[in-house]
Design a protein around this ligand. Structure first.
Ligand code: 5GP
Length: 141
């Protein structure tokens, strides 16, 4: 588990920095992204201090997941978008800038700031069997 250091989001949770709040409960806070990729770009964060999704406790993750569909519905309705991306940048090379777990809800429009690059490879049987065996072996850790 990496060491959590105070972030802009922990300051928002503590009320030290303002945000345009959309939702709050015991475990979760949601607010508008200050640098939106499209209108309605929303952030959803756990109140638990964790840098990465894979370090989040199951109760915190469950609370985060539970509220996502409701927030997505509201963002879709208000933005008028018909599609959206839900994104968790995890680790600097993956684009994470704020080191507190956060989920982006990004309404998709032709001119939105999220451009998809998805270069699919192929999965052969031997690789699939090796990977699934190895990953499954780590699931109880
Ligand atoms: P990341 O690249 O870490 O996945 O995304 C961090 C996001 O946080 C960015 O989209 C950025 O615009 C947003 N952000 C950074 N600082 C603030 C802030 O002080 N307030 C709000 N509302 N959003 C912020």
């Amino acid at each position: 588990m990496s060491e959590y250091q105070e972030t802009i989001f922990s300051k928002i949770i503590a009320g030290e920095i303002p945000c345009h709040k959309l939702y709050e409960d015991e475990h979760v806070l949601s607010f508008l992204d200050i640098g939106p990729l499209s209108e309605g770009h929303t952030l959803v964060i756990p109140k638990e201090n964790a840098r990465y999704l894979h370090e989040l406790s199951e109760p915190a993750a469950a609370a985060l997941g539970a509220v996502l569909p409701r927030l997505c519905r509201a963002v879709l309705k208000v933005s008028g978008a018909e599609s959206y991306n839900v994104l968790v940048n995890t680790g600097e090379p993956a684009g994470q800038v704020v080191m507190h777990v956060h989920v982006h809800i990004i309404p998709q429009f032709p001119d939105s700031g999220l451009k998809k690059s998805w270069k699919a490879g192929s999965l052969d049987d031997a690789t699939a069997q090796r990977l699934s065996k190895q990953i499954c072996a780590h699931l109880d850790e």
